[in-house]
Design a protein around this ligand. Structure first.
Ligand SMILES: Nc1ncnc2c1ncn2[C@@H]1O[C@H](C[S@+](CC[C@H]([NH3+])C(=O)[O-])CC(=O)[O-])[C@@H](O)[C@H]1O
Ligand SMILES: O=C(O)C(=O)Cc1ccccc1
Length: 245
C-alpha cells in the first residue's frame, strides 16, 4: 500500500447500481493508492515530467498542471525546474482534490512557487507558458470540448513551449483493443484489485473517461496548431506524448 494514502476500497462492495465516477472526498482520500495501482507507468510518467521540465521550462514563464489532483505532477515539475522567475499554476475543479493538495504540498522557500487554483480547465486563463501538463486529464473532458481546450493551450504557450499529454488510449484494431485491456486488467489484479472492483470501476468510468486512439490525438493536436506530437512513453493502453508549438 502507498505510504501516503489509505488503501483504495471504493469499489470493493457489491453495488445494486454503479453510478458515474466522481472525484469526491472518498476518492481524494485514497487517490495516491488508487492511481498507482490503476495506471501502469504512472510514477514513471510523473517523475519524467520533471525531467521534461528541466529541459524545457524557460525563465520567467508559467507552467500549468491541468487536472492536478493532489499535485504529484506539480511537485515533479517543481523538483525539475532550474529556470528562475517561474510559477507553477496547478488547476483542478474538484474542491476535495485541491483541499488535500494544498495541505499535502508544503510551501518551500527558494523553490518555484505553486498556485493552487480551483477552476475548470476548459475556461481557466493560460498565458506565458513554456510547459503545460495534461497528465491523465483530457480523457475526462467531453470529446466535443477537447479541441477548443487544446487550441487555448497552444495559444498560451510561448514559442518553443511544450504540452505533455498523458492518456488512456483506445485501439483501432478490436483484437489489439481487447489484448491491451486484458493486460491492463492483469496489472490491476497483480496490484490486488479483485474482479468485482475491476468490473464496478469499469462501469463507473464508462461515460466519464472516454479514451481515443493515438491517431485521433495526433490529428487533433495538429488541428490545434502544434507542429508535432511524439510518443515518449507507452505501457499497455496508457501513453504520453510531447507536443511542440
Ligand atoms: N473540467 C475539469 N477542470 C479541472 N479539472 C478537471 C476537469 N475534469 C476533470 N478534472 C480533474 O482531472 C483529474 C484527473 S486525475 C489527474 C492525475 C494528476 N494529473 C496526477 O498527475 O496525479 C486522473 C485520473 O484520475 O485518472 C481529477 O483530479 C479531476 O478532478
Ligand atoms: O482505473 C482505471 O481503469 C483507469 O483508467 C485509471 C483511473 C485512475 C484513477 C481514477 C480514475 C481512472
Amino acid at each position: 500500500m502507498n505510504q501516503d494514502s489509505e488503501q483504495d476500497r471504493v469499489y470493493s462492495e457489491q453495488r445494486d447500481r454503479v453510478g458515474d465516477f466522481v472525484f469526491d472526498q472518498q476518492v481524494a482520500r485514497v487517490f495516491p493508492d488508487m492511481i498507482r495501482r490503476s495506471v501502469p507507468g504512472y510514477a514513471t510518467v510523473i517523475n519524467l515530467s520533471g525531467v521534461l521540465a528541466r529541459q524545457h521550462v524557460q525563465s520567467n514563464s508559467n507552467c500549468y498542471d491541468l487536472g492536478c489532483s493532489l499535485g504529484a505532477t506539480s511537485l515533479a515539475l517543481q523538483s525539475g525546474i532550474e529556470a528562475n522567475g517561474c510559477k507553477i499554476i496547478a488547476v483542478d475543479n474538484s474542491p476535495a482534490m485541491l483541499e488535500q493538495a494544498r495541505t499535502r504540498v508544503p510551501d518551500l522557500p527558494n523553490r518555484t512557487p505553486i498556485d493552487w487554483v480551483c477552476d475548470d480547465i476548459r475556461t481557466t486563463p493560460i498565458e506565458n507558458a513554456s510547459l503545460i501538463t495534461l497528465n491523465f486529464t483530457l480523457q475526462f473532458i467531453p470529446v466535443e470540448a477537447r479541441k477548443a481546450l487544446l487550441t487555448r493551450i497552444q495559444r498560451g504557450l510561448r514559442p518553443g513551449g511544450i504540452l505533455v499529454l498523458s492518456e488512456k488510449i483506445a485501439f483501432e484494431d478490436p483484437q489489439e483493443e481487447h489484448l491491451q485491456i486484458e493486460m491492463h486488467h492483469a496489472f490491476k489484479r497483480a496490484n490486488g484489485y479483485n474482479d468485482l472492483e475491476i468490473s464496478q470501476k469499469r462501469s463507473a468510468l464508462e461515460n466519464v473517461l472516454i479514451p481515443e486512439t493515438l491517431a485521433q490525438h495526433q490529428a487533433r493536436l495538429k488541428q490545434a496548431g502544434f507542429v508535432r506530437a511524439d510518443i515518449w512513453f507507452q505501457c499497455f493502453n496508457f501513453i504520453s506524448l510531447v507536443a511542440r508549438k
